[in-house]
Design a protein around this ligand. Structure first.
Ligand code: GDP
Ligand code: MN
Length: 387
């Protein structure tokens, strides 16, 4: 799960990292009020930033400065409602604009192969960091944190000296250590600050500040962080992923034509293997889990039918805790609200299989006696539909 910048900033600030103050506005009037609060007294500007879960907002025109409340309102009106990489901007962040002396990049990511957190830094931060990384890999410094102790003091110092923050090494090293700490404490996959900037205050003093923040959390660890779960932005979540998550269904879309509804991850994998062996291509991995009730079966059916590539559906249920008759009833219900006519083959064995067969017969469903037969029927139906 990706966090919006204003949420990510909160996590950095909570860990004691230097983040400039800011407010979130949903309307031009709110942006105006925020500008009144954040415009520096002795002159200066506010920065107004689109809050969307994609990078490159600056280049897309989603980051602008304004020198007065009037101008802030006008800029916010232009940014709110703007589309950046297909996402409509609903909120902006408003805060005092920093006077940037130099921009750096500092990020922590999970290096799965090394099974460690990898800290990455560069003296060429800012909006072109991807290009820098692609064209001149030498311009980026990499250091693996200790798996037990985090980033050690000498590692933090080496990083900030190498990327050119010698003069501000104490502050910068604390930020480097802090990023790794934020990563570990929140079970994040990525914590990135770009730009990390040397900022000049009105009195001429220089400090290092985190001017942007991107955090991606590990979905599998979210149950340990109910406070972070609240930061989820439903507006930007894929509706298919949302429905699957809300119904507690494991669903992964693939690019084949045979939609699969199966209970149990192992059985789902086996079903996909058998489809492939019979010359078909699975359209998805779908595990409705144990004890699947009728409404969950209907939700799974909606997910499968939502994929326009699906030409046939194979339901393969092994009744254990899930009762066959309950699943069969779910299938009958789902067919009633089915939006398009797709051939379906059902195989239900195990607990209450006889009752299930009765229900399916009454509903004139195609049933199969064996799994091999069910797979063959589904593959034949899909290729007939494609022809
Ligand atoms: P991104 O493009 O989505 O990564 O958004 P950023 O927050 O990184 O902003 C893009 C660029 O806008 C930065 O690299 C800065 O050059 C500039 N920028 C962001 N905040 C400020 C600020 O407070 N003052 C000034 N002068 N420029 C800023
Ligand atoms: Mn950035």
């Amino acid at each position: 799960m990706k966090l919006q910048e204003f949420h990510a900033r909160r996590l950095l600030a909570a860990a004691g990292l230097p983040v400039p103050p800011s407010s979130v506005a949903e309307t031009p009037a709110q942006a105006r009020a925020a500008a009144e609060e954040h415009l520096p007294a002795g002159g200066g500007k506010v920065v107004i930033k689109a809050q969307v879960l994609v990078g490159g907002r600056g280049k897309a025109g989603g980051v602008k400065l304004a020198g007065s409340p009037d101008e802030a309102e006008e800029v916010a009106r232009a940014i709110l409602g703007m589309e950046i990489k297909g996402i409509t901007v609903r909120r902006v962040l408003v805060g005092p604009a920093a006077e940037i002396v130099r921009e750096f990049y500092l990020g922590a990511a999970l290096d799965r192969r090394a099974r460690r957190i990898l800290l990455m830094g560069s003296g060429e931060g800012g909006v072109d960091i991807e290009q820098v990384a692609a064209e001149r890999p030498d311009a980026i410094t990499y250091i693996h944190a200790d798996p037990h102790l985090g980033l050690l003091p000498y590692q933090a110092r080496r990083m900030v000296f190498e990327i050119g923050l010698r003069e501000h090494w104490k502050q910068a090293a604390a930020i480097a250590t802090g990023l790794v700490k934020v990563m570990r404490e929140n079970d994040a996959d990525l914590v990135e600050v770009n730009p990390l900037a040397i900022v000049r205050a009105a009195d001429g003093t220089e400090t290092v500040q985190c001017l942007d923040a991107k955090i991606t959390l590990d979905d599998s660890a979210l149950h340990r962080h109910p406070d972070l779960e609240q930061m989820r932005d439903p507006d930007e979540e894929d509706p298919v992923d949302r429905e699957a998550r809300e119904q507690d269904i494991s669903y992964i879309r693939l690019d084949g034509t045979i939609g699969c509804m199966v209970n149990g991850a192992g059985l789902a994998m086996t079903t996909m293997d058998l489809i492939k062996r019979a010359g078909g291509e699975p359209a998805n991995f779908l595990d409705i889990g144990g004890g699947a009730r009728a409404d969950k079966v209907a939700a799974a059916m909606r997910l499968i039918l939502g994929d326009a590539n699906v030409k046939a559906i194979l339901v393969n249920i092994f009744g254990g805790i899930a009762r066959g008759d309950e699943v069969a009833r779910g299938i009958v219900e789902a067919r009633k609200v089915q939006t398009r006519d797709v051939p379906m083959v059902v195989r239900i064995v195990g607990t209450n299989a006889a009752e299930a067969a009765e229900i399916l017969r009454a509903g004139s469903f195609d049933t199969a006696a064996s799994l091999d037969q069910a797979v063959e029927m589904a593959v034949a139906a899909a290729s007939a539909a494609a022809a």
